[in-house]
Design a protein around this ligand. Structure first.
Ligand SMILES: [Zn+2]
Length: 124
């Protein structure tokens, strides 16, 4: 919790506007924040995370719900491809996609085997 700089009312940390007086609670912070003077740095950070890595992460996470090993393998491939753009090392997004891809591919194969075994068991 933090306190409104205008009226002193207790407000949530993520609150943008004070519920007590309606003032912009982030106004005071934004003037003193060093982030406001460093937008070029943020662009550099974006450059080190290639789009392929972002797609790998999205595919990896989505593959848990739909697509299963089809999207899981896509995530692994995209993560490996993104390594070429980041000098052979995986960035955090690519790692997330890679791990999620492996886990969902493994899970979907296990489920497939269990399903096939179950069908075989029923048909005997
Ligand atoms: Zn206030």
């Amino acid at each position: 919790m933090k306190f409104c700089t205008y009226c002193g009312k207790e407000i949530a940390d993520e609150a943008v506007i004070c519920l007590g007086c309606g003032c912009n609670t982030q106004k005071a912070n934004s003037f003193t924040s060093p982030r406001a003077t460093a937008p070029p740095q943020e662009i550099i950070i974006e450059d080190t995370e290639p789009q392929l890595a972002t797609w790998a992460k999205i595919c990896g996470i989505v593959s848990f719900f739909i697509g299963w090993f089809a999207l899981g393998i896509t995530a692994i491939v995209l993560a490996c491809m993104s390594k070429d753009e980041t000098n052979g090392t995986m960035c955090s997004s690519a790692k997330v996609g890679y791990v999620c891809g492996i886990v969902s591919t493994a899970l979907s194969f296990i489920l497939l085997i269990v399903f096939v075994a179950f069908i075989t068991y029923l048909s005997i």
